[in-house]
Write a protein that binds this ligand. Structure first.
Ligand code: DX5
Ligand code: ZN
Length: 218
């Protein structure tokens, strides 16, 4: 089984010392940096946007894994790619048809960026099946999007397992990322279910033993 990748979510970082926190997770061995964009409309919280991404995108050597929990992803996708996204993941629930999902994926690829699609806990995993040959990543939300520090939703394991089965059956190449409530316990089962990338916010930031915690996730 390939080594699982770790994507610390900066939503839980100390914004008074953001670059220091990014350096800490980079030195501790993380491969991706998860950037949670929230617009206060698609989700009931507001986080940060393009100006912050632009500022930090080149300050480290991690993959900029940008998760946009926003309405109208087609309109804003180019801005986040220009600001430094290496992977741009939008929400299935933020568009109105499968055709529109393909349009956003194509737009992201046209700008030379990898494309991810995320589903909320209540969205059946089958909804992403039509796109798995076009996507680079599927992001399974294991909490209701909008806040860090929430409790992992157990049914998420089944969604990962079924998606992994479909990817293997279809010989698709897209990665599976899981996001929300990930710690050393939930990571174990998520890996068994088939995830390739673990997002972790509150389990990592704000602790003195980040390196050990990242190793425990693996
Ligand atoms: C929630 C965000 C998650 C969250 C993860 O909407 O998408 O990335 O920050 O935070 P933890 O790991 O604390 O659940
Ligand atoms: Zn996220």
């Amino acid at each position: 089984m390939n080594k699982v990748l770790v994507a610390p979510s900066i939503l839980s970082a100390d914004f008074n010392h953001l670059l220091d926190d990014i350096k800490k997770v980079e030195e501790a061995g993380a491969e991706w940096l998860h950037f949670d964009v929230m617009d206060g409309h698609f989700v009931p919280n507001i986080s940060f946007g393009q100006p912050v991404l632009k500022c930090i995108a080149k300050s480290h050597n991690l993959v900029n894994d940008v998760h946009i929990m926003i309405s109208d992803p087609f309109k804003y996708a180019p801005e986040f790619i220009k600001a430094g996204a290496n992977i741009l993941t939008f929400h299935y629930e933020a568009v109105n048809s499968d055709q529109e999902v393909f349009q956003v994926i194509d737009l992201i690829h046209d700008y030379g960026c990898k494309a991810g699609l995320s589903i909320k806990p209540n969205t059946p995993v089958e909804k992403v099946f039509p796109f798995i040959h076009s996507l680079d990543l599927v992001l399974i939300m294991s909490v209701e999007p909008g806040f860090g520090g929430q409790k992992f939703i157990q049914e998420s394991f089944t969604k990962v397992f079924r998606l992994k089965e479909k990817i293997k059956q279809e010989n698709a190449k897209c990665l599976i990322e899981i996001d929300g409530g990930i710690n050393d316990e939930t990571a174990k089962i998520a890996k068994m279910a088939g995830v390739d990338v673990l997002v972790a916010g509150s389990y990592l930031f704000g602790h003195d033993d980040i390196k050990e915690r990242i190793e425990k996730l693996r």
